[in-house]
Design a protein around this ligand. Sequence first.
Ligand SMILES: C[S@@+](CC[C@H](N)C(=O)[O-])C[C@H]1O[C@@H](n2cnc3c(N)ncnc32)[C@H](O)[C@@H]1O
Length: 192
Amino acid sequence: MSVRVYRNKEFELLDDVYDPGEDSYLLVEAALKEVKPDDRVLEVGTGSGVVSLFVKDIAAKVVATDISPIACRNARINGVPVVRADLYSGICSQFDLIIFNPPYLPTVPEEQLGSWLNRAFDGGLTGRREIERFIKDIDRILAPGGRILAVISSITGIDETEALFKDKGFHMATAAIEKVPFEKLVVLRFSR
Ligand SMILES: C[S@@+](CC[C@H](N)C(=O)[O-])C[C@H]1O[C@@H](n2cnc3c(N)ncnc32)[C@H](O)[C@@H]1O
């Protein structure tokens, strides 16, 4: 276990859990601008819980999920209410804001890691496998007028991602953007 610090907040990081990077902190910054005090927020794929850790200081309610049991334990250690789930399966309530920093790297089977950490990076052959699955049934848990914040890399395909959400009637805006070596990271905001 090690300790990370962001905006003067300390949090724990367990082995085999995604070590928060530029993408995580870009999402924290976008979320801090987006979240309103009466929002019910769901974070999908919370990892260490770093994003929800900041959001829960503002929002009315925060629930997180992760498919990795180690990530769930980590988020719980950091005080984030989390359930182990594949995306939002088994979640029945509705949320005003849904946040997701998905595994977005195009990955061939030979590149897969043999641990739960693989789920943090592996976006399937296109990089969009999890975001495609995420959008499919989103109206079951997104409240009317709800918004989505999702991190995407230029490697994953920003236009292709926009098309997926457009098919479901969403408009896209850029909430935050950062250039890092070899890619551009973007937090996309979707609303109707
Ligand atoms: C890129 S990491 C982001 C972690 C954290 N939100 C952050 O920004 O630092 C992606 C996270 O999504 C989780 N994940 C991947 N596929 C998932 C799925 N189908 N359902 C739930 N969580 C998933 C991974 O285990 C990992 O913790």
